[in-house]
Design a protein around this ligand. Structure first.
Ligand SMILES: C=C1C[C@]23C[C@H]1CC[C@H]2[C@@]12CCC[C@@](C)(C(=O)O1)[C@H]2[C@@H]3C(=O)O
Ligand SMILES: O=C(O)CCC(=O)C(=O)O
Ligand SMILES: [Fe+2]
Length: 371
């Protein structure tokens, strides 16, 4: 059964102060100053022309899938999967559900606004508080049952939406467990080696479902859809509609677009897998850009461990020469840390300072502007 995440409280201290700005972005003819980011956004990969470097695409039916997944996690922290077993009609349904939701009038959406100290519901990107400018996007977060929020949006016809969400979460949970087994397997670890892995076969771990909408933007070069961040999950499964916008950051390369591939899913390594793997699989910094003509939608499934489980570097991966680099944290504790320290969260749970004196690769030496 679902353990409901006890993270609502984790967000309150920092977020109760924010006055959220809800604008009807789709109706704007010009980019308001509140949403105009500086022009330094367009940092293209330095070697774009010489060595084409692109995010790996892995066929999960490939007999070599485990090795390929391991390599992708080590070198990129992000990859796309095909032949993942999620029925295509379910992908189409979740996209339609998101489209319907964001097409509602703003007054209606605000009926399901995320409470200032809450985590579920409609609102601006939660990380907005760390930036001086607002993002060109709106989001809807679902933790646990979608029922309560859906009823506020569609008082007498919420059940279709709820059914689609529940069905999608079920498929995502199955895929997330398969991916975890591949990721751990590629580290020489089995699901049984992690306390919460093998024990409750078939049961689901808690997760957050984040629907994102990026309306067409009158001035896309100066706007930011979703600012650079890493996910606090173990792993994230992302479905994007057929509109480009997602970019991943790779050391030594820079920002690389993760192109939409029909029916493929994007997999991100999150901060908790970074910790679990003792830094062998670094979480990926990513962001979403917007464009002038197309409405972009994405659905992120952030998969994490049961809320009472402490995540720490796997003992199989540590020894005298490779000491554990992170202290144990639960998911909800880490979310609280993230809500407070944002891109410094990972280094704030780090035990020993790395030799080069910098915090973590993940901190990207200031690539993420903190407002
Ligand atoms: C379980 C989670 C994980 C959250 C917070 C909470 C609910 C929604 C997730 C996201 C989704 C969008 C990016 C992010 C950075 C955000 O602002 O909200 C994520 C954040 C995190 O990964 O830290
Ligand atoms: O819209 C995207 O492609 C990215 C969304 C994302 O990073 C998130 O929801 O965490
Ligand atoms: Fe993300």
């Amino acid at each position: 059964m679902h353990t409901r995440l006890s993270i609502d409280h984790a967000f309150n201290t920092y977020h109760q102060m924010i006055k959220q700005k809800h604008l009807d972005l789709a109706s704007m003819k010009e980019l308001p100053e509140s949403h105009a980011w500086s022009s330094s956004l367009d940092e293209s990969p330095s070697n774009a022309s010489s060595t084409p470097d692109s995010v790996p695409v892995i066929n999960l039916k490939d007999p070599n899938a485990m090795k390929l997944v391991g390599h992708a996690c080590k070198t990129w922290g992000v990859f796309q999967v095909t032949n993942h077993g999620v029925p295509t009609n379910i992908l189409e349904e979740i996209e339609a559900a998101g489209r319907n939701l964001f097409a509602l009038p703003i007054q209606q959406k605000l009926k399901a606004a995320r409470a200032p100290n809450g985590v579920s519901g409609y609102g601006v990107a939660r990380i907005s508080v760390f930036f001086p400018k607002l993002m060109w996007s709106e989001g809807f977060t679902i933790i646990g049952s979608p029922y309560e929020q859906a009823r506020k949006l569609w008082p007498d016809r919420y059940s279709k939406f709820c059914d689609v969400i529940e069905e999608y979460k079920e498929e995502m949970n199955k895929l997330a467990q398969r991916l975890m087994a591949l990721m751990l397997g590629s580290l020489g670890v089995t699901m049984e080696d992690v306390k919460w892995g093998g024990t409750q076969a078939g049961s689901s771990c808690p997760a957050a479902l984040q629907l994102n909408s990026y309306p067409a933007c009158p001035d896309p070069e100066r706007a930011m859809g979703l600012a650079a961040h890493t996910d606090s999950s173990l792993l994230t499964i992302l479905h994007q509609n057929n509109t480009s916008g997602l970019q991943a950051h790779k050391e030594g390369t820079g920002w690389v677009t993760v192109p939409p591939i029909r029916h493929a899913l994007v997999i991100n390594v999150g901060d908790l897998l970074h910790i679990l793997s003792n830094g062998l699989y670094p979480s990926v910094l990513h962001r979403a850009m917007v464009n002038r003509t197309q409405h972009r939608l994405s659905v992120a499934y952030l998969y994490g461990p049961p809320s009472n489980v402490q995540i720490s570097p796997l003992s199989k991966l540590t020894d005298q020469v490779h000491p554990p680099l992170y202290r144990p944290v639960t998911w909800s504790e880490y979310l609280g840390t993230k809500a407070k320290h944002f891109n410094k969260a990972l280094s704030s749970v780090r035990l020993c300072a790395p030799l080069n004196g910098f915090a973590d690769a993940n901190d990207h030496n200031g690539v993420v502007p903190v407002g």
